[in-house]
Design a protein around this ligand. Structure first.
Ligand code: PMP
Length: 350
């Protein structure tokens, strides 16, 4: 029996403690509530509706996403968070038997999916400043995955860099994971229009404050999206709930609220960068809703543990090259002030 089982080492997400007065800066959630229209939907939602299956093609949500990006609906794929979208992409697009490529430091779910599906992979090293070396992606491969801005580093690569990689890889699928793009300077969405082999992945979990609803999507060529949907419908005919379809569609309609929240977070991020710098931290210049920082004297583990005692949660990765860094999600101004004050005290005690 044992030999018939697929054994895998699962991805370990950041912890979700359930404490009243905690400051939770460990999973890149948004500190602000979703758009007010979302609350109206939830407040008036009729349980009666749940008798019925949802739209199998997530109609209203797909239509809103298509309108937002000015593309046809058959170029939009939606999933249960972008993790679901990415997992299905790995299964659908990476079947050549050749190694796929993604950086050594990036979203730590990519190697888990590759292992799950037994897709071989190579992980070209980011340089010492956590930048991609485009030359590394000009070797034979079975596909490429790039998070831009990258996680957990927060580093953004220019369109020029990304496009040079795509130009050298027109016969494989290139996935651009834009989970954090709304906090950054530019999207690569136009490359999904220009190149048939490029898909761009987005999430509602960060900039739209809907991590709890689980909504992600991808935009790509019709052929790539059709292949992905065919795989999707071979697992589950109704992936999105009635509620997530409605809530997601509503969230897109309120552009003003969306922009206000994103701007607030960017402003708080810049304030936090300046404070961390004053305290002796160094970090790559973040273009996301988190900062990936290390202290010149005090170890990441010490700061992590001490913050935890005060019910302030940040993320630490026990991985090669990054084990002395902390990934700090940007919370509200008040949360970040408390965080900085606590860090100051911790440093003084060392
Ligand atoms: N991509 C990256 C780079 C991420 O950091 C995350 C968040 N863990 C995801 C995708 C998945 O987010 P979600 O499933 O909530 O859309």
């Amino acid at each position: 029996m044992k030999d018939n089982i697929r054994y895998v080492v699962p991805y370990v997400p950041g912890e979700q403690p359930d404490e009243k007065n905690m400051i939770k800066l460990n999973t890149n959630e948004n500190p602000y509530p979703p758009a007010p229209g979302v609350k109206s939907i939830l407040d008036s939602y009729s349980a009666e509706e749940l008798r019925l299956y949802p739209s199998p093609v997530s109609k209203d949500l797909v239509e809103e996403i298509a309108a937002l990006h000015k593309v046809d609906c058959d170029r939009v794929f939606v999933g249960v968070g972008s993790d679901d979208v990415l997992a299905l992409m790995f299964l659908t697009y990476f079947n050549s038997g050749k190694p796929i490529l993604f950086p050594d430091i990036t979203y730590s779910f990519y190697d888990v999916w590759a292992d799950l599906y037994r897709i071989p992979y190579k992980r070209p090293k980011l340089d010492d400043n956590f930048r991609i070396v485009p030359e590394d992606y000009k070797q034979e491969n079975g596909g490429i995955v790039i998070a831009n801005p990258n996680a957990p580093t927060g580093v953004f690569e220019s369109q020029e860099t990304i496009e040079s990689i795509i130009e050298a890889n027109k016969d494989v699928v290139v996935i651009i994971d834009e989970a954090y793009v709304d906090f950054g300077p530019a999207t690569m969405m136009s490359l999904a229009d220009k190149y048939d082999n490029v898909v761009v992945v987005r999430t509602f979990s960060k900039s739209r404050s809907l991590a709890g609803m689980r909504i992600g999507y991808a935009i790509g060529s019709k052929a790539l999206i059709k292949a992905l949907n065919d795989v999707r419908y071979s697992f589950n005919s109704y992936p999105m709930t009635r509620l997530s379809i409605q809530v997601g569609a509503e969230s897109i309609k309120d552009e003003k609220y969306f922009n206000e929240c994103v701007e607030k977070i960017k402003k708080t991020r810049e304030w936090t960068k300046a404070e961390l710098k004053n305290l002796g931290f160094t970090f790559p210049d973040s273009q996301t809703n988190f900062i990936f920082a290390k202290h010149e004297k005090v170890s990441a583990v010490t700061i992590f543990e001490e913050l935890r005692k005060k019910h302030i949660y940040v993320r630490h990765f026990n991985a090669d090259r990054i084990d002395n860094y902390l990934r700090i999600t940007i919370g509200t101004d008040e949360e970040m002030k408390t965080f900085i004050n606590e860090v100051k005290e911790i440093l003084e005690r060392q």
